[in-house]
Design a protein around this ligand. Structure first.
Ligand SMILES: NC(=O)c1ccc[n+]([C@@H]2O[C@H](COP(=O)([O-])OP(=O)(O)OC[C@H]3O[C@@H](n4cnc5c(N)ncnc54)[C@H](OP(=O)(O)O)[C@@H]3O)[C@@H](O)[C@H]2O)c1
Length: 283
């Protein structure tokens, strides 16, 4: 490992989870990257100093992610790997996780999430009990959920008494979920922002609230948006298929937004489209 990679890795803050583990606040998203691209991007990212990868069985790239982690030569304990349970495996969460581990060629993941609550199916609540068992068996260190609204969180916490360590939700300046974020904050549930860059939409990057801050700090609009997430305490893993952007997305630890800049970005709530509504997908 190069001195620079170690320096970059050290610059990424950790976020304390309620279960005692510490998750790197910045990682690499891998949605829409096929195996070979995921392998190349994750390998390049680990070489640069990234230490956190977000994948899912749905993404069909766990093999590529696992190969890059193995080839990095890093200690397993130095890389955070998250994967997710798709709703077709809600009936057998342990089987779903073991299949993911097999593809990743890992003995455990750091974080295992229920990918969607799929309330019309009604199968996610029982699946949560399987995640608790997976943690007890040491197949995952931490457990959490994704795309859960307050009522879904109430349901699983009420049923089991076990609070998820994280809730991974679509979150960016156009779509801030303030009530849900506040609910999670009060219960020590860390928020992970998916689509932190609003999937790279120009409408967000060109907005004066973002563009003016970029000019003032000598940073790119994407770096400003990622910095906004960090200062809110959210965990982020922007996705890029462009290796040169990995360095750009990592270069966000040498400046801070002013209170006025944060306020201006906060005011973008509701201006853009949501990437996807949870209720559009699998009920
Ligand atoms: N739990 C869930 O249901 C869920 C849903 C969606 C996503 N996720 C996770 O969250 C991760 C991130 O979300 P996402 O992939 O939807 O969207 P995103 O990270 O907000 O945006 C990705 C887009 O932004 C572009 N981009 C990346 N860095 C950039 C930069 N520095 N400047 C300009 N454009 C840049 C990328 O382009 P290029 O690739 O061309 O560079 C890509 O088009 C996913 O990969 C996945 O791991 C989870």
């Amino acid at each position: 490992m190069t001195v620079n990679a170690q320096k970059n890795a050290n610059a990424i803050p950790g976020v304390q989870l309620s279960d005692g583990f510490v998750i790197p606040q910045l990682g690499i998203g891998t949605y829409q990257l096929p195996n070979d691209e995921a392998e190349a991007i994750v390998a390049a990212g680990l070489e640069l100093g990234y230490r956190h990868i977000d994948t899912a069985s749905l993404y069909k790239n766990e093999e590529g992610v696992g190969k890059a982690v193995a080839a990095s030569g890093l200690d397993r304990s130095d890389v955070w790997v998250t994967t997710k349970l798709w709703h077709t495996d809600h009936g057998d969460p342990l089987g779903g996780l073991r299949a993911s581990l097999d593809r990743l060629q890992l003995d455990y993941v750091d974080l295992f999430l229920i990918h969607w609550p799929t309330p019309k199916l009604g199968t996610a609540w029982q699946a949560w009990e399987g995640l608790i068992e997976a943690r007890e068996l040491g197949l995952t260190r931490s457990i959490g959920v994704s795309n859960f609204e307050i009522e879904h969180l109430e349901r699983i916490i009420g049923d089991t008494g076990a609070t998820p360590s994280v809730n991974q939700i679509e979150l960016h300046p156009h779509h801030q979920h303030r009530e849900l974020v506040e609910y999670c904050k009060q219960r020590n549930i860390v928020i992970e922002s998916w689509s932190p860059l609003a999937q790279g939409r120009k409408q967000l990057f060109a907005d004066p609230a973002v563009a003016d801050a970029a000019k003032a700090h000598g940073k790119s609009p994407a770096q400003i948006v990622l910095r906004w997430h960090l200062e809110k305490g959210f965990v982020v893993f922007p996705k890029t298929a462009t290796a040169s952007r990995l360095g750009e997305n990592l270069d966000i630890f040498d400046f801070e937004l002013t209170a006025a800049e944060i306020e201006a970005i906060d005011a973008l709530e509701g201006l853009g489209e949501s990437s996807i509504s949870p209720y559009d997908m699998n009920g």
